[in-house]
Design a protein around this ligand. Structure first.
Ligand code: FES
Length: 137
């Protein structure tokens, strides 16, 4: 397992994302209200650039004529065929039993800690005054 510094925390505001290249993989890092999630930028359906897709929410209904919109900005829609994935879990809403987006552990760590190492690879320069988003592969 290797840690990769992929961004300063302030680079990805709430509701935002950054797509990074780490160890030959394209990965999307998302900020949902201050929580960070990382998904592989490769759709498990047919390999589309999943993390460049639009963000939406869930519409549910308890009975005809009424609907409820929830989880705004937490559902990622693949730009190729529109399959939807939960950013928090990687679960597909089209085929939840067998289709899941690959996820990676993410943490926020202070530059002061990271500067001491060991970091095998860095994708952004680290300064002790900032906080960073770290993805583990
Ligand atoms: S490749 Fe993503 S929905 Fe088909």
């Amino acid at each position: 397992m290797t840690k990769y510094v992929v961004a300063m925390v302030e680079e990805i505001p709430s509701g935002g994302r950054k797509i990074v290249e780490v160890a030959g993989r394209s990965i999307g890092v998302f900020n949902l209200g201050g929580e960070f999630f990382a998904l592989r930028n490769r759709c498990p359906h047919q390999g589309g650039p999943l993390c460049s897709g639009s963000l939406g929410g869930l519409i549910s209904s308890s009975h005809p004529g009424e609907y409820h919109y929830s989880r705004a900005g937490e559902i990622l829609r693949c730009p190729w065929h529109g399959w939807e994935f939960d950013i928090r879990t990687g679960q597909s809403w089209c085929d939840p039993e067998s289709m899941q987006a690959r996820m990676y552990p993410v943490a926020v760590e202070p530059g002061e800690t990271l500067a001491k190492g060991p970091l095998v690879a860095e994708t952004v320069p680290v300064s002790v005054e900032e906080d960073y988003i770290v993805v583990t592969l």
